[in-house]
Write a protein that binds this ligand. Structure first.
Ligand code: ADP
Ligand code: MG
Length: 701
């Protein structure tokens, strides 16, 4: 239950005078909400900069091209002559040092006379120009009388906006939202408040939205930092609550004697790499500890994470318990089951798949076997966490490409067993700060080496104007029996009015006209069964060119494919390109990747393609990506900042992440159920930042 104290912040913004349906729509878009934003959302939308109107020179001293505020007396008006609507309305004004002309275009008759009455004193803010030797301000930002001016600090916040939303309207709405802010109890400990010199929440919010100084809105300043700390603390606390939840009952072990693992290793057609062995050993040890496992297995694409996950599942099966492996897409889930099944069978492990596609009887049968403990490892998608999926003894949850899932999904899965161990697989080399931010305190295993025998990938770039040559080349590759991925970017409908991009179906049609049934197609809007069939035909070499969108980005494994062509490569993120390219170079033959780009290519875009061309080291690519685009994008999202975070910025607040983690751990040591007075305050914090999903775990306060 949400503390009542917070109610005023959880009412829709449309309760604020001046916010009607139109602004509601704009704010939803701006604040990225499906529903009408709440007052709290408005308050947590922070300004990116300020406009300083304090420069208040005399007219004689006003610098040209600068934002100034002039204190003037209005002398006379010269409205646009009748019938010449395009001529400006001029206002002549002065102070004791000179004259200034204030200009309005397309003014309504009488409008300007009203804001600048002759003979009166006004404060006029705007950017100065020199026109015919006379100082001029065109369309001032603000014209205020003396009384109004006395109320202003002279510094106005500038917010991120969206088309159609006026800054003035937003400022006004935020100003009114601030008046709704209740007095909330302090949730940060006195030590941290002192050490970090944080202001109170109320002061922080007031100062960023109504700045007194230019520096008040800086992300590294005390006000913003306080808010960032709150947000990070909420995140860390939620993660820590989840983590602290389950200690295994004494004597309960989730790993057995190794008999199944040995059988699998014996059945492998290759030897495990050293880092695969180390990761498996670390996992096996975690599985026998009294604390729940929470481990991240990081490894570049093709580094062999699946078999490590399978060995973990085998360890769990050795003591008769179950594993769930959740993948973000159906293709990936099917890929996993394909790799896993033959190996698991050799060890006598029973595996099954459950996705949106298994329906009716088939699904019922799987669920029955799962509940009876006749399935050791269930692989699937979100379908694994539906309410009616009941495990007899779920002990290990493996989550592939975790950052696509939220804490909520992970919780739903782990709640289907008791003291469930968690193994997260990620192909994105995530910087330490981000691991902490997103996953909390996790142990990390890295697969640094590539399996032996991998051939290098040669990467080239080419303008799309040479498409014809490329298509001819593909014809020769088909004749030589090669398998080719042909990747086109996903086109979202909102982007349709932009430059025309190649669409998967169009490219498929044009290639099919040339190469007939040698060409296959797979994209996200196809039905699951059709996707699989297309993948299977390609894997079997029946089709030799697979036109695909990024659905093949993660995990898909067709070792015989050695060529990849990526159209509009400049449209992809670096890690995405790296992931895509990781689909080739998996077999014993040398591979080639061709990045086609549309001209003109911007400077940054050119640099980014060069990074991909020059290296196949995922960690280096992630670093360069960071430099070129900022940290949020390393996770493959398009928003700026950290996805899921509105205020904290990784490049500025990295220090605060560890402090927030430490604070969260101290809190749970002192008051694991958040029962005390401070506990109540912290519950407010969790609700405010929508991190309350873990609260039901510890019950009401
Ligand atoms: P990823 O880490 O990208 O998920 P996979 O687990 O899909 O990688 O493995 C990629 C390919 O490498 C698979 O075909 C797998 O069978 C193979 N592989 C895994 N480990 C080794 C190894 N130690 N030696 C050789 N091939 C391996
Ligand atoms: Mg994989």
């Amino acid at each position: 239950m949400r503390p009542e104290l917070l109610n005023p912040l959880f009412v829709p913004v449309t309760t604020i005078p001046g916010i009607g349906p139109k602004m509601d729509k704009l704010l939803r878009f701006l604040l990225n909400r499906d529903e009408t934003p709440r007052i709290a959302d408005l308050l947590l939308h922070l300004p990116v900069s300020v406009i300083d109107r304090r420069a208040r020179p005399k007219i004689r001293d006003a610098e040209i091209g600068k934002m100034v505020t002039l204190e003037v007396t209005v002398d006379r008006h010269r409205p646009a002559p009748a019938g010449r609507a395009r001529a400006p309305h001029l206002v002549y004004a002065s102070d004791d040092t000179g004259d200034v002309v204030i200009t309005y275009f397309r003014a309504y008759p009488g409008q300007v006379e009203k804001i600048l009455p002759v003979g009166e004193k006004r404060f006029v803010s705007g950017t100065t120009q020199l026109f015919d030797g006379v100082l001029q301000i065109t369309h001032p930002d603000r014209v205020i009388d003396e009384e109004g001016f006395a109320k202003l600090s002279g510094i106005d916040p500038v917010y991120p906006l969206t088309q159609g939303l006026a800054i003035g309207a937003l400022r006004k709405a935020v100003g009114l939202a601030l008046t709704k802010l209740p007095e909330l109890p302090e949730w940060i400990s006195p030590e941290v408040l002192r050490r970090c010199s944080f202001p109170s929440l109320s002061e922080a919010l007031h100062r960023v939205h109504v700045p007194n100084e230019m520096t008040d809105v800086l992300p590294e300043g005390p006000f913003w930092s306080r808010l960032a700390f709150d947000e990070l603390l909420a995140g860390q606390l939620a993660l820590a609550l989840v983590r602290a939840q389950v200690r295994r009952p004494a004597g309960d072990r989730n790993a057995g004697d190794g008999h199944l693992r040995h059988k699998i290793i014996d059945a492998l057609p290759y030897a495990l790499t050293k880092s695969q062995q180390e990761a498996s050993a670390a996992i096996a040890e975690d599985l026998t500890k009294p604390m729940r496992m929470l481990r991240l297995l990081q490894g570049d694409v093709g580094s062999g994470k699946t078999v490590v996950a399978l060995l973990a599942a085998a360890a769990v099966a050795e003591v008769g318990k179950q594993t769930a492996l959740m993948a973000p897409t159906e293709i990936l889930a099917r890929q996993h089951i394909k790799t896993i099944t033959p190996l698991a069978e050799r060890a006598g492990m029973r595996v099954a798949i459950l996705t949106g596609r298994e329906k009716g009887r088939e699904r019922k049968d799987i669920l029955a076997r799962l509940a009876a403990g006749e399935i050791d490892m269930l692989v699937g998608t979100h379908a694994l966490i539906q309410d009616d999926v009941i495990y007899k003894s779920l002990a290990l949850a493996v989550v592939d490409e975790q950052h696509r899932f939220g804490v909520r999904e992970r919780l739903t899965l782990t709640n289907k067993g008791s003291a469930v161990d968690v193994l997260v697989l990620s192909a994105t080399p995530i910087p330490r700060t981000l691991v902490l931010t997103y996953f909390g305190d996790m142990d990390v295993s890295e697969l640094r080496e590539k399996p032996a025998g991998r051939q290098p990938i040669e990467t080239r770039t080419m303008s799309s104007s040479r498409l014809k040559e490329v298509i001819d080349g593909v014809g020769r590759q088909i004749a030589a029996g090669k398998l080719v991925y042909w990747i086109v970017p996903l086109v979202e409908e909102s982007e349709m009015d932009g430059p025309k991009l190649t669409n998967a179906e169009e490219r498929f049609d044009s290639l099919q006209q040339l190469f007939g049934d040698k060409v296959g197609l797979v994209h996200g809007r196809m039905r699951g069964a059709d996707k699989d069939a297309a993948m299977a035909r390609f894997a079997a070499g029946e089709t030799q060119v697979l036109v695909a969108t990024t659905v093949v980005e993660v995990g898909v494994d067709v070792p015989a494919a050695t060529i990849m062509i990526i159209e509009n490569a400049e449209r992809f993120g670096l890690s995405q390109l790296h992931q895509l390219r990781g689909r080739i170079g998996r077999g014993s033959e040398a591979s080639n990747c061709l990045l086609m780009f549309r001209e003109p290519l911007g400077e940054i875009a050119a640099k980014r393609l060069k990074v991909i061309k020059d290296t196949t080291d995922g960690f280096r690519i992630a670093e360069e990506d960071l430099k070129l685009r900022g940290e949020g994008d390393v996770l493959g999202t398009r928003q700026s900042g950290m996805p899921g975070f509105r205020i904290a910025r990784p490049e500025v607040h990295a220090q605060l992440v560890t402090q927030a983690r430490d604070e969260a751990l101290r809190i749970l040591q002192d008051d694991p159920k958040l029962k005390g007075e401070r506990g109540e305050a912290l519950r407010c914090l969790l609700y405010l930042y929508e991190r309350d999903e873990a609260l039901p775990l510890i019950g009401a306060g």
